[in-house]
Design a protein around this ligand. Structure first.
Ligand code: ATP
Ligand code: MG
Length: 421
C-alpha cells in the first residue's frame, strides 16, 4: 500500500496535546455546572433512528442530510447521535424520571454529522452541553444562559471574544400566527426563493429565515417579524428573560434572525457567537424545547438547554499557562545492576504519587538530553560507585546543582520536587 492510511474524512485524532485541551474544557465546564447543581449524564453514542427522526423531524437538515444511519446485524435501524438533546429526552423517558423533576444534566462527548468538512466543521465533533428539565419559568432560561456565559468566561471567553444573541419563538399560538404570516409573505415571493427555501416553505417556513442564500436574504429582510405576532403571554415571558439577564449584568443583543426550525422549540433561543472563527462563528447554541418530551411519547415536560462545540471552543481559547503538565523525575541508571535498582525505585516513587520518567537506554549524555527534553525537574543518577554505598546522585536540572543522597532518603529528598509543573 503506497498511500498513507488516513482517518475518515471529517474525523481527527486527538493526540495528547489536543486531548489535554479537550479535557481541560470539559473539566472546567463540568465544575462550573456542578455549582449550578448539574449532574453528569452519559447516554449511548447511538440510538434507534426513530429517537432522532421523530424528534428532530423529517424536515430538519440534520436529519434529512446529516445523520449517520445504518442497520445493524440484527436489522435494527440505528443512528449515531448528531446531538445530545434527543438522547437525553429518551433517557428521561426510559428511566421514568418524571417524579424527580427538576433535573439538571451536563454532558460531553462526540457527535456525528455528515456535513461538508471545513474549518470548524467536522463529521465527528465534540460537544459539551447542559439540559434543564421540568422548569417552565423564565428563571430557567436565565439560569441556563448564565451557566453558558460563566463557563465561557472561566475558559477565558468573555465579552471581548463572544457575544450573546437571543430571540424568542413565542408560544404555540404566537408561532402559528407567525407561521401563517410568513407563509403568506413568502408565497408572494415564491418564484424568487432558492430551491431549498421552496421546500422549506411547504414543510417548515420558519427555517427560511435561517437561509444563507443571498437571494433569500434579500427577501427575508422585509419578511413579517415574530415580535409583531407574539401573544401578550409570550411577550411578557421574553421581557422577564431579558430583565433577568440585565439584573445579572449579562450583555445580550436581540437578534430576530435566530430561529430553530423544529416544532418543539418555543420561547427563548440563544447563541454565543464570535467573529474570530470566520463563517463557523457559533460556539454555543441553545433554546427552550417544552414540546420535545411529549412529542417523544413522555408526559409533557418543560426543557431548556444548550450545546457548545469543543473544537470551536478550543480554537478560541488561549491555553497559555492554563494546562499544568507535571514535570517528571528522570531516573538515569548507568550500567546493569543500576538498572534493577532504578526500576525498583521508580516503582516505589510512582506508588508514592511521584511522576517518574524511566529512561530506557543510552549513555549519561544521551539520557540527560532526553531528561531535559521531557522537561524533567530533577535527575536521579544511579552510578556504580554510588550504588556500592547505597547512594545516588540527585541533580537539580533547573539550578544545575548536584548532591549525593542515601537511597533510603530518596523519597524525602525528592519531596520538594513532587508537584512541579
Ligand atoms: P451551524 O449553524 O454551525 O451548523 P448548528 O446550528 O448545526 O450549527 P447546533 O446543532 O446548535 O449547531 O450545535 C451546537 C454547537 O455545536 C454549534 O454551535 C457548534 O459549536 C457545534 N457544532 C455543530 N455542528 C458541528 C460540526 N459539524 N463540527 C464542529 N462543531 C459543530
Ligand atoms: Mg449545522
Amino acid at each position: 500500500m503506497s498511500q498513507k492510511l488516513q482517518p475518515v474524512r471529517g474525523t481527527h485524532d486527538l493526540l495528547p496535546e489536543d486531548s489535554r485541551k479537550f479535557r481541560f474544557i470539559i473539566e472546567q465546564a463540568l465544575s462550573v455546572a456542578a455549582r449550578y447543581g448539574y449532574g453528569e449524564i452519559n447516554t449511548p453514542i447511538f440510538e434507534f433512528s426513530d429517537v432522532f427522526h421523530r424528534t428532530l423531524g423529517d424536515t430538519s437538515d440534520v436529519v434529512t442530510k446529516e445523520t449517520y444511519s445504518f442497520e445493524d446485524r440484527g436489522g435494527e435501524k440505528l443512528t449515531l447521535r448528531p446531538e445530545f438533546t434527543a438522547s437525553i429526552a429518551r433517557s428521561f423517558i426510559s428511566n421514568s424520571l418524571q417524579d424527580s423533576l427538576p433535573l439538571k444534566f451536563f454532558y460531553s462527548g462526540p457527535a456525528f454529522r455528515y456535513e461538508r468538512p471545513q474549518k470548524g466543521r467536522q463529521r465527528q465533533f465534540h460537544q459539551i452541553g447542559a439540559e434543564l428539565l421540568g422548569v417552565a419559568e423564565p428563571l430557567g432560561d436565565i439560569e441556563t444562559i448564565a451557566l453558558g456565559a460563566q463557563i465561557l468566561k472561566v475558559l477565558g471567553l468573555g465579552n471581548d471574544k463572544v457575544k450573546l444573541e437571543i430571540n424568542t419563538l413565542g408560544d404555540t399560538e404566537s408561532r402559528n400566527n407567525y407561521r401563517d404570516a410568513l407563509v403568506k409573505y413568502f408565497r408572494a415571493h415564491e418564484t424568487e426563493l432558492s430551491e431549498d427555501s421552496k421546500t422549506r416553505l411547504a414543510k417548515n417556513p420558519l427555517r427560511i429565515l435561517d437561509s444563507k442564500d443571498e437571494g433569500d436574504r434579500n427577501i427575508i429582510v422585509n419578511a413579517p417579524r415574530m415580535m409583531d405576532h407574539l401573544t401578550p403571554n409570550a411577550s411578557s415571558y421574553f421581557s422577564k428573560v431579558k430583565e433577568g439577564l440585565e439584573d445579572l449584568g449579562i450583555l445580550y443583543e436581540h437578534n430576530e434572525r435566530i430561529v430553530r426550525g423544529l416544532d418543539y422549540y418555543n420561547h427563548t433561543v440563544f447563541e454565543f457567537t464570535t467573529e474570530l472563527l470566520g463563517a463557523q462563528g457559533t460556539v454555543l447554541a441553545g433554546g427552550r424545547y417544552d414540546g420535545l418530551i411529549e412529542m417523544m411519547g413522555g408526559a409533557p415536560t418543560a426543557g431548556i438547554g444548550w450545546a457548545a462545540g469543543i473544537e470551536r471552543l478550543a480554537s478560541l481559547i488561549d491555553f497559555t499557562g492554563k494546562i499544568k503538565i507535571p514535570r517528571p523525575i528522570a531516573m538515569i541508571p548507568l550500567g546493569c545492576p543500576a538498572e534493577k535498582e532504578a526500576l525498583k525505585s521508580t516503582q516505589w516513587l510512582r506508588n508514592e504519587g511521584f511522576t517518574v520518567d524511566l529512561g530506557y537506554k543510552g549513555n549519561l549524555g544521551n539520557r540527560m538530553k532526553k531528561a531535559n527534553k521531557a522537561n524533567a525537574v530533577v535527575a536521579v543518577i544511579f552510578g556504580d560507585a554510588e550504588l556500592e554505598k547505597q547512594a545516588v546522585l540527585l541533580k537539580d536540572l533547573d539550578k544545575g546543582t548536584q548532591e549525593e543522597i542515601a537511597l533510603s532518603n530518596l523519597i524525602s529528598a525528592l519531596a520538594p520536587y513532587k508537584d512541579s509543573h
